[in-house]
Write a new protein. Structure first.
Length: 110
């Protein structure tokens, strides 16, 4: 399982750099239209990465929601204390191909 996770991480890193490698020096990454095969590969990679990312993200969201609620309760209903912990639940629930291409940033928490 570790080998699969490492291979997916390396593949995601390499695929995210592909648009920059093929782009002309004066063009921005957003202006370059990927080849259809590359777009399909990035879409497939996003789906494979989400197999690992989504359950981890779901677990982090569930734990921080519970810990934030517990913190709010233990501090006598102090909303800023609970909100400080709940900030970790902000962000994307899944990886989109645009994130792997470098057109969007991954937001994990506030």
């Amino acid at each position: 399982m570790k080998h699969v996770a490492c291979a997916m991480l390396v593949a995601a890193t390499l695929v995210s750099a592909l648009p920059a490698w093929g782009a002309p020096q004066e063009a921005r990454v957003e202006d370059v239209t990927p080849h259809p095969a590359q777009a399909a590969g990035i879409g497939l990679l996003a789906a494979v990465v989400n197999v690992v990312y989504f359950p981890v993200r779901l677990a982090v969201t569930a734990v921080t929601a519970e810990v934030g609620g517990l913190t709010g309760w233990l501090t006598g209903g102090d909303a800023p204390s609970a909100s400080a912990i709940w900030g970790a639940t902000d962000g994307q629930a899944y990886i989109k191909p645009a994130i792997l291409e470098g057109r969007e940033r991954l937001r994990f928490g506030s």
